[in-house]
Design a protein around this ligand. Sequence first.
Ligand code: SUG
Length: 449
Amino acid sequence: MPHPEIEPRIGREPMREYNFDGLVGPTHHYAGLSHGNLASFRHGGQPGDPRRAALQGLEKARFLAQLGVGQALLPPPLRPNLRALRRLGFSGASRDVLPRVLRVAPELLAATASSSAMWSANAATVAPSCDTADGRVHFTPANLCSMFHRSLEAETTTATLRAMFADADRFVVHEPLPASSVFADEGAANHTRLATADAVLHVFGWGRSADPSAPGPRAYPARQAREASAACARLHGLREDQLLFLQQAPAGIDAGAFHSDVLSVGNQQLLLMHELAFVGTPERELRARLGPELELIVARDSELPCAEAVRAYPFNSQLVSLPSGEMALIAPEESRHSPAARAFLERVLNERNAVSAVHYVDVNGSMRNGGGPACLRLRVPLLAHELAAISARVLLDDALYQDIKTWIGRHYRDRVSPQDLGDPDFFEDNRLALSELSTLLELPIDLYD
Ligand code: SUG
């Protein structure tokens, strides 16, 4: 039987998952910044169309809300990150800094102007209050220290989460882990919470470890450290019996699966994975921990070659519970057009009764940087009183959808080139636009000051 969206919790309130989608920022562009992310490399140097990408993301969020899935938004940080540029020696009046960086270090401008916070699956690792030792919802913002442009998100994401989840009786937003390769942390993109009648299991995918005997990828970097996953689990007060650490297959990383959500996705009792997602097939371990209710569907390389899974992103679908108790997959358009990816998704639909529909959405503006539907959202399971304690207007209802759509239409450009990023007037326009967003979202503090 499919699991209801609402986990039955005897004598207590039901828990519901909310997807916090990162709003695409007004400087969205393609800079080829992420080594090992093949889409980012392929599209590097192309101008962005932030208006289109932001509207695609907003439509996806609205579609989920209309399906009856909990849906909220996370505001983007202001970019280029002047604070980071100042730390790198670009001092002087703000108006002079950006043209100078464009002239002498355009690669630093592109990196500090990245809208990468939109991939909010990397914003933090989250544990729901029913699993944590102190009964609060725990967040550890990811340090993202494997990639320079992404490492700049840690500070702003921490501030944003602390502004929204400020109620200390219900929420804890930890400091990001120390920014060292030993604790390199990519957030929830490497984490899935599975649940059956027998157990709850936090599955952490990791690519590198301090243990030198673990073989790593050869071509591309392994971003997530096992030690970081273990630290998040400790900080969140999870019990040992709730934890499973799985190594990402080095061959999968070398094929372009830089996060474990590129080749796997799970929800409740269901886990979909490619055979190159993890080292070995962890079926026996998963069954032993989760019991007979576990549904595991593995794509063999012969039916869906890893390179095609990385190109079309069927595993980067959102696997969500619906109010009916069934599940739906929200897949990228690219996987509809890939015969092998589509055949796999249809197999999932036909084989199991837990998944009742596959919906394809167009998030191509994000996909061209290696971010599918699942990258664009942070899953936050909440009880009703926790939802009510969020100190901002971020829950996506019709009114907020309309307000954000109008706001994007008024402020976003349909073309952003590297030169635009060095224009102080563009920066000032974006600062004013984001201050307006702060008011729209009723954020308790001005994150853009
Ligand atoms: O970290 N791309 C992001 C994509 C993140 C996808 N997230 C998940 N799989 N959950 C990254 O590689 C590219 C930016 C550029 O090249 O302009 C970028 O950062």
